[in-house]
Design a protein around this ligand. Structure first.
Ligand code: NI
Length: 394
């Protein structure tokens, strides 16, 4: 099922792939500012001979038209960097922009997808269908995928595949699970209004600090008592702003938090519970509550047939021992918006290697990619697309 011409093409282009990743790494651009990155991708696509169109304000959608009729499969890479100060001082391709860094591996994703495109272009005459290439901006703000979808990224697309370099998974391993892979990541803002007053005379006040503290404590029962032990969820209050001065009873409290879970039913239940807890905790003390529950990414839930196809491609292309089953991660990934609309799946490409110092957490200033994993990533992109189009009646 896997294509040997593709495998050979990836090998041939591996050095260029690493060089391009290093170039991107040295020139990181934040979400929605990926102007240079977009231009460079466009230049590289033009060199290969692949047609593309630019999306607004940044990003690119390209298409490889196959020689035979068939379906269309999309491959997605994210292209943005983070506001992180790079601490890898000895790297010759260290970020040249202070305070900005490719600290999540999106530089590698972009370069791997370009290399996959080169390989797929070589076999375009044999392709049974088309391949859509999505170079997506602004993944780190979870806004890019929706913007690309609005601009037609998955119009007439039957299936979509994406992946992420993963530093906590050993280099040389690849994971693609059926079902929940990344969590939904929502933002929660709760405002309590009491009645302020003198710190020595509580009887004349409604203390927003007490309401907020009580709410934070109560909130954890949503996870422990209202969520099945078989469903995972996290409810975190990360920030509390209460009061103004040591001897003034607080009138207002504002709490910011996040909710993570792996299925939409759990998410709906948790949202409703938070609203109920806020309202009733406030009422108990005579205060009022206002809850803003802002949806972030959806959970990434890999469609079964797509994930099984990816697993079989991984085994055939790289050997049985390459495939592993990583635990779902409570991080968020806006790839979820593509697979809300069409079937598809998302893989994790291990790149953790203590000997190369590439085991650092994503978004850390010491994060780096084991570049030896990139050929696997590029080939997986290409072989997945090839295999998907080869299948009858998928
Ligand atoms: Ni990332």
């Amino acid at each position: 099922m896997v294509n040997t011409t593709i495998a050979a093409a990836i090998k041939k282009h591996t050095q260029d792939m690493i060089a391009f990743r290093r170039e991107l790494h040295a020139n990181p651009e934040l979400s929605w500012e990926e102007v240079r990155t977009t231009q460079r991708i466009a230049q590289e696509l033009a060199k290969i001979g692949i047609e593309y169109r630019l999306t607004e304000p940044t990003g690119i959608i390209a298409e490889i038209k196959g020689g035979k009729p068939g379906k269309t499969v999309a491959l997605r890479a994210d292209i943005d960097a983070l506001p992180v100060l790079e601490l890898n001082d000895s790297l010759e391709y260290k970020s040249t922009i202070k305070g900005k860094m490719h600290a999540c591996g999106h530089d590698a994703h972009t370069s791997m997808l370009l290399t996959a495109a080169k390989a797929l272009y070589e076999v375009r005459d044999q392709l049974k269908g088309n391949i859509r290439l999505i170079f997506q901006p602004a993944e780190e703000t979870a806004k890019g995928a929706s913007a690309m979808i609005k601009q037609g990224a998955i119009e007439n697309v039957d299936n979509v595949f994406g992946m992420h370099i993963w530093s906590t998974t050993a280099s040389g391993k690849v994971s693609c699970n059926v079902g929940g892979t990344f969590a939904s990541a929502d933002l929660l803002i709760v405002k309590f209004k009491g009645r302020g007053g003198h710190g020595s005379m509580p009887e004349a006040t409604v203390d927003a600090a007490i309401v907020a503290s009580s709410f934070v404590m109560n909130l954890q029962a949503i996870v422990s008592r209202e969520t099945s032990s078989l469903d995972s969820a996290v409810v975190t209050i990360g920030k509390m702003e209460v009061g103004t001065r040591f001897n003034v009873i607080a009138e207002n409290a504002v709490l910011d938090g996040t909710v993570r879970c792996f299925d939409l039913e759990t998410r709906t239940r948790i949202e409703a519970a938070i609203r109920r807890y806020a309202e009733h905790t406030a009422a108990m003390y005579g205060a009022t509550a206002e809850v803003d529950y802002i949806y972030g990414t959806l959970p990434v839930i890999n469609e079964e047939r797509s994930a099984l196809l990816a697993q079989s491609v991984i085994k055939q292309a790289f050997g049985e021992e390459t495939l592993m089953f990583e635990k779902p991660t409570p991080g968020g990934e806006d790839f979820s918006f593509y697979i809300e609309n069409i079937p598809g799946c998302f893989a994790l490409l291990g790149s953790g290697n203590a000997e190369k110092d590439t085991q650092w957490a994503h978004h850390h200033g010491c994060f780096n990619v084991d570049e030896d994993a990139m050929a696997t990533g590029a080939e997986l992109y290409a072989q997945y697309a090839w295999s998907y189009l080869q299948q009858e009646n998928f």
